[in-house]
Design a protein around this ligand. Structure first.
Ligand code: ADP
Length: 166
């Protein structure tokens, strides 16, 4: 099942939240900064042991002070016009994060709109990739609930329109 939510991903009591991290996994701005602030300093200490992460891949840590049990760190592509593998890499973020959640016995996972902030991926195509990839992944994970978290009302409306048209 796919649900939409308008709000702050750091507040969600789900099994796993996805962090739109950078490849160092050592923290950044946007949702990454918010997750590190809310999870506390033990999250950075855990991330330091992971040795970074490739674009499109995902790694897991505990959620520490978050209500979520796990944080799945994935690195979205930087938008460079769309002809540099961005769609495949973005799909890979959604797919690998979902897979990692399933491997860790999660039944609920929440995603921010990966790559659509500082990394500049246009929101509508990014949203379509998120929905298509997650729908496909959920076919083999019938017990999993996915929440797509929008951080502002305009993003929420866009997600709503995309979900209805799909
Ligand atoms: P990226 O570097 O992958 O583009 P950003 O963190 O800059 O990552 O932005 C990704 C998306 O996360 C943006 O749509 C932004 O509005 C959203 N976002 C930022 N903070 C939060 C938060 N606390 N909860 C949910 N979404 C957030």
């Amino acid at each position: 099942m796919i649900k939409l939510l308008l709000g702050d991903i750091t507040q969600l009591s789900v099994d796993a939240i996805v962090n739109a991290a950078n490849s160092s996994l050592l923290g950044g701005g946007g949702v990454d900064g918010a997750i590190h602030r809310a999870a506390g300093p033990r999250l950075l200490a855990a991330c330091e042991l992971l040795g970074g992460c490739e674009v499109g891949q995902a790694k897991i840590t505990a959620g520490f002070d978050l209500p979520a049990r796990w944080v799945i760190h994935t690195v979205g592509p930087v938008w460079r016009g769309g002809e540099n593998g961005e769609p495949e890499l973005l799909a890979s973020c959604y797919r690998n994060s979902l897979q990692l959640a399933a491997e860790n016995d999660c039944r609920s996972i929440a995603y921010p709109a990966i790559s659509t902030g500082v990394y500049g991926y246009p929101k509508a195509p990014a949203g379509r990739i998120a929905l298509a990839t997650l729908k496909q992944g959920l076919e083999s994970l019938p017990g999993m609930t996915v929440t797509l978290v929008s951080f502002c009302q305009a993003d929420y409306r866009l997600q709503e329109a995309l979900l209805e048209s799909g």
